[in-house]
Design a protein around this ligand. Structure first.
Ligand code: NAP
Length: 309
């Protein structure tokens, strides 16, 4: 592939927005995405707070629309993973599964992935009743009983979504108060299919071919009890996919990439956008804003470098 002006890594809302802005600015730009575009957005059944869609919009549909818009402006999207990024002074070498690409600037929009609980049985039953994606797997649990672990927006929203299929949904939360936004909380508290197990953590996931029950531990008195469930959905937060730039850019103690207001990292020419960067609010709206700023700032970086020559 000929040398690129900008390579974008990741095809979630931040990467796609960066792609729309950069390709519309007539730059040579390629977006690399190892899986399906959309990132965590594509796994979200309905997005209610992205401006412009009064009735909400499905994550897969919003992904498709963003992708179509980017491609219309000429964005090249390659379905490939990235193994390594190296800075060689004033350009980057990006080693993909198939090729090595040279680029003047890089926008890292690699997002974050679901965090695992780290309990016995989680790995063994992954895909056999343990899931991190209700949108993908919820329909398998028609008229069944499922547990959702976590008390944040993701856990509570996905628990609500699962009530469409499951007969009973337990939310297992380690405290006596949910972290989720009040609007989402009150919907869950009013839903008769949802039962919240307060002050509880999962100690073990058990079953034979698929999940059959879980052991819960009371966080206040340490007592344990069994709960029969057919599936368990884990939503205990996310971890940034920042390994590719760990040697190159400054990260915070949790691994998020530190940027300034222009999405610049500590490595000149490397920008970060979306969930992978340290920020206050991780939403589709803030991801697309980051992507737009990163593309604009990268364009400015390219112009400044060209003027110096
Ligand atoms: P989050 O807000 O970090 O919440 C994680 C939840 O998991 C917390 O309730 C936490 O408990 C619990 N938890 C963490 N580690 C645990 C462990 N080892 N065992 C048991 N429980 C554990 O993560 P999130 O819900 O995935 O959301 C991530 C970001 O995306 C947030 O900024 C969120 O606002 C955003 N998001 C927004 C929407 C929306 O607005 N519609 C939807 C989805 C996600 P504690 O509360 O005790 O810490």
């Amino acid at each position: 592939m000929e040398k690129q002006d900008i390579v974008i890594i990741g095809g979630g809302p931040a990467g796609l927005a960066a792609g729309i802005y950069a390709s519309r600015a007539a730059l040579k730009v390629t977006l690399l995405e190892k899986g399906m575009p959309g990132g965590l957005m594509a796994n979200t059944e309905i997005i209610e707070n992205y401006p412009g869609f009064a009735e909400g919009i499905g994550g897969p549909e919003l992904t498709m629309r963003m992708q179509e818009q980017a491609v219309r402006f000429g964005l090249q999207i390659d379905n490939t993973g990235v193994e390594l990024i190296k800075s060689t002074g004033n350009e980057f070498k990006i080693k993909t599964d198939e090729d090595t690409i040279s680029s003047k600037a890089v926008i890292l929009a690699s997002g974050a992935s679901p965090r695992w609980l780290g309990v016995k049985g989680e790995k063994e039953f992954h895909g056999k009743g343990v899931s991190y994606c209700a949108t993908c797997d919820g329909a398998f649990f028609k008229d069944k009983t499922v547990a959702v672990v976590g008390g944040g927006d993701a856990a509570v929203e996905e628990a609500l979504f699962l009530t469409k299929f499951a007969e009973k949904v337990y939310i297992i939360h380690r405290r006596d108060e949910l972290r989720a936004t009040k609007v989402i909380q009150s919907k869950a508290l009013q839903n008769s299919k949802i039962n919240i197990e307060w002050n509880s953590v999962v100690d073990e996931i058990r079953g034979s071919a698929t999940v059959e029950n879980i052991t819960l531990r009371d966080t206040q008195d340490n007592s344990t009890r069994e709960l029969n469930v057919d599936g368990i959905f884990i939503y205990v937060g996310t971890q940034p996919s920042s390994e590719l730039v760990a040697d190159m850019a400054e990260l915070d103690p949790r691994g998020y990439v530190i940027t300034d207001d222009e999405m610049k990292t500590s490595q000149p020419g490397l920008f970060a956008a979306g969930d992978v960067r340290q920020k206050l609010l991780r939403q589709v709206a803030t991801a697309v804003a980051d992507g737009a700023i990163a593309a604009f700032a990268a364009e400015k970086y390219l112009d400044d470098n060209a003027a110096k020559k």
